[in-house]
Design a protein around this ligand. Structure first.
Ligand code: HEM
Length: 290
């Protein structure tokens, strides 16, 4: 069993890792074109930017406690902790059919109401195989913990790699040929690997969205697809050991703790990554309909 260091003993988490490892020449900012600047530079010094999923008004609500009389404006969800901020941005990126807080227009096939989907077993197998590659990758990253704070997310009980392995084995026993991972899964896995090393805030956004989306919309999708093409068989992918809401709460608490050591710019950078998380996961979801 992996060792577990309580968050309170490993302060400060992430500790602005990408800020502390600056090569000296990167401080010569003014002489360099922006393409030469390391990512942290633009993140630290940019003006407030639009956060996907937030209307301009809300995303430009920034900080400004310049006068004593003005109360500091808050980001949506901020008072409840950073997970609530991530959730707020994510919910706005759903369509109205997917979730009641959704605002996005339907553009892609997987954004149509799940009840109207016409899934195929081959497509669903492609989805499960690519999902497994993504979970294998995430779980390896967390296990390896190249950034020490990732170790906090070991053994959360939300891991999906082993359950997906069992499901694929079951399909094999039923006589199905298990395909190789396809472009959406391979591309996302590669992106996550890169991000995990060079951009922990953005990586955490994907970590949150992947695991939490699967326990919400993902479960609903699993149920509907099973009704349509699997004779209602419930796959291991949709079963968790223990009380799922408690497992989720434990991870929320850790995420909130991790984000406490981030600057507002780092938090915004994490929130801004949500759109990409939807894009990559949407590409994998779409496989169900392929
Ligand atoms: C067909 C696609 C999808 C459907 C039908 C769907 C549906 C839902 C529903 C019903 C909820 C629960 C809303 C609530 O708590 O009231 C939810 C939550 C959520 N979804 Fe989705 N969703 C889909 C795709 C996605 C994608 C692609 C992502 C991002 C990768 C995502 C991220 C989330 C997150 C982060 C939550 C919040 C979970 C929580 O609060 O614990 N969803 N979704």
């Amino acid at each position: 069993m992996a060792s577990f260091t309580p968050i309170s003993q490993s302060q400060p988490l992430f500790n602005n890792t990408h800020l502390t490892k600056l090569p000296p020449q990167s401080l010569a900012g003014p002489n360099l074109g922006s393409e030469f600047l390391p990512k942290w530079f633009s993140v630290r010094f940019q003006a407030p930017r639009r956060i996907p999923g937030l209307p301009m008004k809300a995303s430009s609500v920034v900080v400004s406690a310049t006068t004593a009389e003005k109360p500091k404006k808050r980001y949506p969800g901020e008072s409840k902790g950073f997970v609530e901020e991530m959730r707020f941005v994510a919910m706005r990126l759903h369509t109205r059919d997917q979730a009641k807080e959704g605002e996005k227009e339907v553009k892609e096939p997987e954004e149509r109401p799940v009840a109207k989907w016409e899934p195929s077993i081959d497509g669903y197998l492609r989805f499960l195989v690519d999902s497994k590659l993504v979970y294998d990758t995430l779980e390896e990253i967390i296990q390896r913990a190249a950034i020490p704070a990732y170790a906090e997310f070991r053994n959360t009980g939300l891991e999906r790699s082993e359950s997906l392995a069992k499901d694929l084995e079951w399909f094999k026993e039923q006589g199905y040929v298990i395909p190789e991972p396809s472009t959406p899964g391979v591309t996302y896995a590669q992106y996550l690997k890169e991000l995990s090393e060079k951009d922990p805030q953005a990586f955490v956004c994907h970590f949150y969205n992947i695991y939490f989306a699967h326990t919400a919309g993902g479960r609903m999708i699993g149920r509907k697809v099973a009704e349509k093409i699997l004779n209602k068989k419930e796959l291991e992918f949709y079963k968790w050991d223990g009380d799922l809401s408690q497992l989720l709460q434990n991870v929320r608490d850790k995420l909130n703790k991790v984000a406490e050591s981030w600057t507002r710019e780092e938090k915004n950078h994490c929130l801004e990554e949500t759109e990409k998380s939807f894009k990559y996961s949407g590409d994998i979801l779409r496989l169900i309909l392929s």
